[in-house]
Ligand binder design. Structure first.
Ligand code: NAP
Length: 199
């Protein structure tokens, strides 16, 4: 299933029609529930890709303050759960922000690891980021551009050039979380094609 679905289709109904053992997107409530309880399951691709990224670059997460901007079912909420779980990567103290959060700039500035997943182009400025922070930019928005052949360019939730000098690590858009999402989805698909992820 490829989201988003046309408006007349009930997303929940379709999501639950997928057999959990074949749910490589990790969207079925059975897989969400297992993720919550740290039981082996298909993890949603974007959060899983972020965890692979943190692991590969050996980024210390234990005891760190992670601020997640966004609380969607496919990115913000699951990545906040994965980062606070008792595992490695994990063991963060997590703060989740959303559209009703007050003082978001101040909260973001307290992050050791800042994950931006709100779909608001160039929302995160250097003033919102602590020196040495790890910044993971999930947002992808297509905006009009006179500088490209296609007439469009892809923009993240973070002003990369402004923020990068303050960071220990930062992911670009495009070429950061996007390819990791594909990798994670393929890992799930490979696992499903073999024995499956359930023990
Ligand atoms: P979504 O379902 O629209 O959720 C956006 C979240 O951001 C919501 O929780 C919303 O709060 C919050 N938000 C929106 N504006 C905000 C603001 N000004 N201040 C604080 N919080 C705000 O989006 P999504 O599906 O999670 O995707 C987020 C972004 O990531 C999009 O740009 C999407 O294209 C991108 N994305 C990239 C990948 C990848 O592979 N790189 C994968 C998935 C998504 P409320 O809950 O209060 O409405």
């Amino acid at each position: 299933m490829q989201l988003p679905l046309p408006k007349h289709i009930n997303v929940q109904k379709i999501t639950e029609a997928v057999l959990p053992a074949k749910d490589v997107d990790g969207f079925h409530p059975v897989n969400s529930g297992k993720m919550l309880q740290n039981i082996p399951c298909y993890l949603p691709a974007t959060p899983y890709g972020i965890m692979l990224l943190l692991e590969r670059y050996k980024i210390e997460t234990s005891g760190k303050h992670c601020v997640v901007l966004g609380r969607s079912n496919i990115v913000g909420l699951p990545v906040s759960i994965l980062l606070e779980r008792n595992s490695n990567p994990g063991n963060c103290t997590v703060t989740v922000c959303h559209s009703k959060t007050k003082n978001i700039e101040e909260i973001a500035h307290r992050a050791d690891i800042l994950i931006a997943a709100i779909g608001q182009p160039e929302f995160v400025t250097a003033a919102m980021v602590k020196n040495g922070a790890v910044v993971i930019d999930v947002g992808i928005t297509r905006i009009k551009s006179l500088e490209t052949k296609s007439g469009f360019r892809l923009v993240g939730d973070v002003i990369f050039d402004d923020v990068a000098p303050k960071c220990s690590y930062i992911t670009p858009v495009p070429g950061g979380v996007g390819p990791m999402t594909i990798t994670a989805l393929l890992k799930n698909t490979l696992a499903a094609s073999k024995k499956g992820i359930y023990q």
